[in-house]
Structure formats: structure tokens, C-alpha cells
Design a protein around this ligand. Structure first.
Ligand code: 2AM
Ligand code: CA
Ligand code: CA
Ligand code: CA
Length: 261
């Protein structure tokens, strides 16, 4: 069994060092390239930060498997044993355009079960962490239990294109909430859920976009599913619905009605 207190200490140290490196690199011009489309960016900082974090993980946990966004194409087909998911910069577009609202994320799994996650809000120097038997916290201040409010009483984070096309009734779901937020970073959106600012989030996500949040928020009462209500798996990308229970139920009903009408 992995020692979570020790893991949290290690990850905190890596993230703080990583943050200092990112802040230093932000003083120089960024090298920006596109990947799948013109809004899918990668910078020199994403790449060097992933290399840094992988080096730290390998030194401390030599048996771990590591899934990083900016890696060579060695995507795992199994979640056996100890697996670290790494998103070295989450919200690269925000990082490039705003120099704000981006995160560094690490999610840790054992035999496919979420054990621990950490989301570092770089510009606000805040680490949201939590996991199995490890209470949710912001920089070691315990976060209060999440309220289970109706969708109508909360703000919801939505993926821009899904909202624009009302995919799976997502625009209607936004209208049924207190208001829609599009933050541009999955990690920052999940951090807002952890802090009680948002009631949920619907987006198309890769495993490293959701791994840390599933470990943190899944143990704090947030329900994570696919639009059809099935469980997430961290081997494939797909649409994620994350919300506190009442809101999740309403979202499932609205998505199901949209699919059958
Ligand atoms: P990223 O910045 O690490 O790529 C908004 O763009 C959010 O969706 C970010 O958290 C971003 O993570 C994530 N995302 C996932 N797939 C994406 C893609 N193909 N293009 C842009 N953003 C993507
Ligand atoms: Ca990316
Ligand atoms: Ca990401
Ligand atoms: Ca990224």
C-alpha cells in the first residue's frame, strides 16, 4: 500500500518547485506549437515541465507507470499497479494568452482505483489535494464538505463548443442552473468545484484532464459519469459529467431526454 501522507508531501514539493520553474520561464518568450487544431496548443513550458515531473516521480516511485499529456505515444492499455497521470500545464491557451487560470495536475491510481490527486493553481499558489481517506484541502487548510444543492441553485462549468451546439442539451442544462462559467482549464474548473464555487462541470476530457479531480472530488461526494450514466475509465477520452448528487441527477435526466427526443 502506498503511504498517502508521504505521497502528498512528495507531490507538494514537486508542484512547488515546478511552479517556480514555470514562473521563471514565463519571463521569456514562449515557443508555441499547435497539435490537433489551431486551439490545441503546446509550449516549451508544457514539455519541460512534464519532463521535470516525470523525473521526480521516477526517482521517488521507480515502479510507477506514468501517463503524461505531452509524452511520446506510449499510452497505456492497463491501469494495473501504481499509475501517475500528469498534466504539466492544464489550460495552455490561458497560459499563453492570459498568463493566468492554468494548473499543474497529478492524479495517482492503484489498480485503477483513485488514490490521490493534486491541482496546483500556479498564479494563486494554491494546491487543492485530496484522496482516499485523505480529506480535501487547499494548501493544508481543510475544505468544508460540499453542499448538495439543486442544479438551479449553482453555477456550472461548461465546455464552449458543447454549449455553442447545445450538444447533449448542455446549453439547456446551463439555462437550468444559476449561470454558466467557461474557465478554459479543466483543472481550474474542478478546483472551483472543490471550493464550493461551482456545482458541476461538463466537458470532453482526456484521462490526465480528469484523473486528479476524480481522486479529489470523487471522495468528496461529487459524482463522475459519462453522459449515459456509465462509469469513467481512465484509458479513453470522452465526455465527463461531474456534479454534486442532486445536480448530477438532473443533468442525467436532461441529457437522457435530449437523447430520446
Ligand atoms: P489542456 O490545456 O491541458 O490541453 C479547455 O481547453 C480545457 O480542455 C483545458 O483543460 C484543456 O487542457 C482541455 N482540453 C482537452 N482536450 C483539448 C483539445 N483537444 N484542445 C484544447 N483543449 C483541450
Ligand atoms: Ca493540451
Ligand atoms: Ca489538460
Ligand atoms: Ca496540458
Amino acid at each position: 500500500m502506498i503511504n498517502i501522507e508521504r505521497l502528498h508531501q512528495n507531490v507538494t514539493t514537486w508542484l512547488k518547485t515546478s511552479r517556480q520553474r514555470v514562473l521563471a520561464l514565463m519571463n521569456d518568450p514562449l515557443t508555441v506549437a499547435t497539435k490537433s487544431n489551431r486551439n490545441d496548443l503546446v509550449t516549451n513550458v508544457d514539455r519541460t515541465n512534464q519532463q521535470f515531473l516525470i523525473g521526480q516521480i521516477q526517482a521517488a516511485y521507480p515502479d510507477a507507470r506514468i501517463e503524461g499529456e505531452e509524452g511520446k505515444d506510449q499510452k497505456t492499455k492497463s491501469l494495473d499497479g501504481l499509475v501517475f497521470f500528469v498534466d504539466p500545464i492544464d489550460g495552455t491557451m490561458n497560459f499563453v494568452k492570459e498568463h493566468n487560470y492554468f494548473a499543474i495536475m497529478i492524479g495517482v491510481y492503484v489498480d485503477g482505483k483513485p488514490v490521490y490527486g493534486a491541482i496546483m493553481d500556479v498564479m494563486h499558489d494554491t494546491i487543492i489535494a485530496g484522496g482516499h481517506g485523505f480529506a480535501m484541502r487547499a494548501n493544508d487548510t481543510r475544505l468544508p464538505a460540499l453542499a448538495d444543492e439543486p442544479l438551479a441553485a449553482g453555477l456550472i462549468g461548461l465546455n464552449g463548443p458543447m454549449h455553442a451546439h447545445n450538444r447533449l442539451a448542455v446549453a439547456d442544462i446551463g439555462m437550468a442552473s444559476s449561470g454558466v462559467r467557461m474557465i478554459g482549464s479543466a483543472g481550474m474548473t474542478f478546483a472551483d468545484i472543490a471550493q464550493g464555487a461551482l456545482i458541476g462541470y461538463i466537458s470532453y476530457l482526456q484521462p490526465w484532464d480528469v484523473a486528479a479531480a476524480l481522486a479529489i472530488l470523487g471522495h468528496a461526494g461529487v459524482i463522475f459519469s459519462r453522459p449515459d450514466g456509465s462509469q469513467l475509465d481512465l484509458l479513453t477520452p470522452g465526455i465527463v459529467v461531474a456534479a454534486t448528487p442532486q445536480a448530477h441527477q438532473t443533468i442525467m435526466t436532461m441529457m437522457n431526454d435530449a437523447a430520446t427526443n
